[in-house]
Design a protein around this ligand. Structure first.
Ligand code: C2E
Ligand code: MG
Ligand code: MG
Ligand code: MG
Length: 278
């Protein structure tokens, strides 16, 4: 053990470690620059109802890196959160979503669609968060009723009273809330009751093996029953097969998202799916 052997033998400059540190700070500088150069873009994944009709879309950020190509959020959101870059990044995604809501609002065929935007804890806890969301909606003349903010259970581990106040302020203007990746975190059921949520999203890790794993099947059925008794909408994430869909529908699920209905795509592709003649 390094500590027992004394300070001198600690390998502060382990080459692998140094490489990891370099890679991280390169990525951070890249991300900062990428934000400034508009390399961050938003794809939209369809959300459908029990009749497979499109009811909205989730905005999912991507980074078109000039050298590395398209990078998934899983590979830079954690870094963005650590460095605070999640604030400008989150604002960019919110603006893009609001601009899109305004466009959809102009056309009777799309005016009913909503957009869900992921919000990280750091963003949500920022002092000006509520005002920023409302200002952005206003600036883009987007209907607050069409915007849904997705929060994760880890965010709820923070100051619950503060969380409720912020949510209520946004809800008063029509903004909706979903609890994302439900079942993977530590949120207690009493919180679930107190929070002004509209929707919970069943995490894809429970949906994946719902037909083969009796535990996952039990969890999914329990979440659906819970949502029903708390009068919350449910969206099942990661629906890839008609078998999974059949199970979910049988147990009362009415909202779905997953590759079975569509992958996240640039908005033009979603528009084309809506109206193939366009
Ligand atoms: P999430 O919010 O739970 O989004 C769902 C993820 O599941 C997306 O991954 C989506 O592409 C993927 N997915 C959807 N359907 C299927 C399916 O049928 N099968 C499988 N295997 N996967 C499916 P993505 O786009 O890589 O995003 C990963 C996560 O990154 C998101 O999870 C969200 O937590 C975070 N994220 C994405 N965009 C943003 C953003 O703008 N802000 C913040 N704070 N986080 C974001
Ligand atoms: Mg989400
Ligand atoms: Mg999710
Ligand atoms: Mg997730």
């Amino acid at each position: 053990q390094a500590k027992a052997a004394g300070r001198n033998t600690q390998r502060f400059f382990d080459p692998d470690m140094q490489a990891a540190v370099n890679a991280r700070s390169n990525l951070e500088a890249d991300l900062r620059q990428g934000l400034a150069r508009n390399e961050l873009l938003v794809h939209y994944q369809p959300v459908v109802d029990h009749q497979a009709r499109l009811v909205g879309a989730e905005a999912l950020v991507r980074w078109r890196h000039p050298q590395r190509g398209m990078i998934s959020p899983g590979d830079f959101i954690p870094l963005a959160e650590q460095t605070g870059l999640i604030l400008p990044l989150g604002q960019t995604v919110l603006e893009t979503a609001c601009r899109q809501l305004q466009r959809w609002g102009q056309d009777a065929a799309t005016a009913h669609l909503s957009i869900s935007v992921n919000v990280s804890a750091r963003q949500f806890r920022q002092p000006g968060f509520v005002a920023e969301v409302l200002d952005t909606l206003k600036a883009h003349r987007a209907e607050p009723q069409r915007l849904k903010l997705e929060l994760t259970e880890s965010l709820l581990l923070g100051d619950i009273e503060d969380t409720i106040v912020r949510m209520e302020q946004l809800k008063a203007q029509g903004v909706g809330f979903a609890l994302d990746d439900f079942g993977t975190g530590y949120s207690s059921l009493s919180y679930l009751k107190r929070l002004p949520l509209d929707q919970i999203k069943i995490d894809q890790s429970f949906v994946r093996d719902v037909l083969s794993d009796p535990n996952d099947a039990a969890i999914v059925r329990t979440i659906l029953a819970l949502a029903k008794s708390l009068d919350l909408q449910v969206v099942a994430e990661g629906v890839e097969t008609t078998g999974q869909l059949g199970f979910l529908r049988l147990h009362g699920c009415e909202g779905f998202q997953g590759y079975l209905f569509g992958r996240p795509v640039p908005v033009e592709e979603l528009d084309a799916m809506l109206d193939p003649t366009r």
